[in-house]
Design a protein around this ligand. Sequence first.
Ligand code: ATP
Ligand code: MG
Length: 351
Amino acid sequence: MTTTSVAQIAILAGDGVGPEIMTAALAVLKAVSQDQFQYQLQAVPFGGIAIDQCGEPLPATTLATCQASDAVLLAAVGGPKWDLSPQRPEAGLLALRQALNLFANIRPTRITEANQHYSPLKLAAPVDFVIFRELTSGIYFGQPRTFSSEMAVDTMRYQREEIARIARLAFQFATTRSQHVTLVDKANVLASSRLWRQVVAAIAAEFPAVTYDTKYVDATAMQLIAHPEQFDVILTANLFGDILSDEAAEITGSLGTIPSISQGSQGPALYEPIHGSAPDIAGQSRANPIAMIRSVALMLVHSFKRTDLANEITTAIDAVMAAGIVTPDLGGSATTTAVTAAIINHIQESR
Ligand code: ATP
Ligand code: MG
């Protein structure tokens, strides 16, 4: 999109704490945008609420709105209300990922001086890395897949282009950061990992400014605990990324602070917190809004090239966390709305 056009943002608030944290995130977006960033919101039903209103988790009008948008903001879907429903709210998420061809799942992990006392690790230096997990291929999808009581088969299968497209995204992303990519694999054992090494080395050659190395996944699992500060962009296959990104979430102290991007080669990217709909605390203003607010910051950087506005948000979050104005998941007693108000306050007072 060009800087003169109005950004079109699809809003999928969904279920559980979704509407509360979305309200918080949109209030922060409004505060930071003022007359500097023009956007239009299209709020559409998605997930359980769409099943209730329209009979399906991803109504055609919701999908069309997402496809016509520049970016999609999603809070969370699902909850016990739909446990016995023939339609699953989560099926809407899978269908949306497929329809938008979101093959890369991107999760940042940031531990700064401001928030390091929430981390279970003793850290020598700040941590700031991003995991690029391949999302639509690999062992979760490969055929053949068979099961009997005597033998079961899963297939870890990757094609060159499936690797190349996410590798390209990861190297492009690295050019906006510290310029280092680490490919994580098990190339000493797996054939698919050897193809990753071949393909990624070729992509790396297209980005001479980005340095590149490789690590085995078992060593990486240790290093994420021992020396997480060494990583910048981690690029990895579906299975390894699933495991390492949960490990990465844990070292920050709370899943309530971590956003994500799901992205394809073209079309809108989808921004959402990594946590679920937290039905156990819905409607109580106990939900941590920071993961959702950080999702807005990621959107401003990667869909709209407004790093300036995103930095204002991130700085405000750091300040509010450092001041201990946090929700119960981080050991505080502030409400969702109080945390949000504090973040907005900080943004306004810093201008
Ligand atoms: P999903 O399968 O949709 O990922 P889940 O079963 O993993 O969901 P979550 O909804 O992420 O579960 O919730 C796990 C726990 O973390 C719950 O106790 C929930 O209350 C808590 N939690 C999740 N998100 C937040 C948040 N933003 N703020 C505070 N607590 C949260
Ligand atoms: Mg979960």
